[in-house]
Design a protein around this ligand. Sequence first.
Ligand SMILES: Nc1nc2c(ncn2[C@@H]2O[C@H](COP(=O)(O)OP(=O)(O)O)[C@@H](O)[C@H]2O)c(=O)[nH]1
Ligand SMILES: [Mg+2]
Length: 244
Amino acid sequence: MGTRGRGKVLVVVPAYNEAEAIAGVVASVTRAVPTADILVVDDGSCDATSAVARAAGARVATLPFNLGVGGAMRTGFRHAKREGYSAVVQVDGDGQHDPAFIPQLLAALEHHDVAVGARFAGTGDYVVRGPRRWAMRGLASGMSALMTTRLDDATSGFRACGPRAISVYAQHYPAEYLGDTLETLVIARKSGLTVTQVPVAMRHRNTGRPSHGSARSSVELLRAGCVVMLGLVREWPVIADSSP
Ligand SMILES: Nc1nc2c(ncn2[C@@H]2O[C@H](COP(=O)(O)OP(=O)(O)O)[C@@H](O)[C@H]2O)c(=O)[nH]1
Ligand SMILES: [Mg+2]
């Protein structure tokens, strides 16, 4: 152990009951970024996620019980910090994120600490309808104002983080629903990290189940407003030097 990941990219794949999709995700990440290490964090799955991921060639951290996406990601960031990785990319285990965009996310880290892959910023045809769509729109303008940079898809989990963001997130990565996306952006801002977005295409889920249905998602997005407000009044670690 010790210096295994120094300077390298770690792709962290949070996975909860993704046995059907995970081998395909590991294979496509390997194709897109052959030099990166892949860590699948099996979030207390009841299926064969860990075994399938290991057979596909990934390193696997198996959590003893379900912690949610945020808990899985914090595990990934802690590992990255300890092993000295220079970048962490989150790619979901359900196959919705297209690893072909990883190089673009990484390129954005040259000038920023966090790069968010955005579904609605002009690439691809990912469509969300009904109240969820309006809630997401409202959220996008609120978050863009708050973060003082344009963020069309603040709830996207497809992201890349540089070394300063890894340090912050290894310590603080909320486990609540939407904490892993929205609140992590608020933490970035409060810690002096810079955030940007990169347009990506995203696929709809075709195996497994999403964490929340559409009606529930809308209610949760409203709850997100409160999450952001609370994130703003909490104390977060500050990175003194503001250049990445
Ligand atoms: N649903 C769910 N997904 C989890 C959990 N822990 C990790 N994940 C993984 O986190 C990623 C995002 O979850 P998903 O339900 O697709 O969220 P969505 O795409 O935002 O609707 C997937 O790769 C899941 O396998 C959990 O407790 N619940
Ligand atoms: Mg998903």
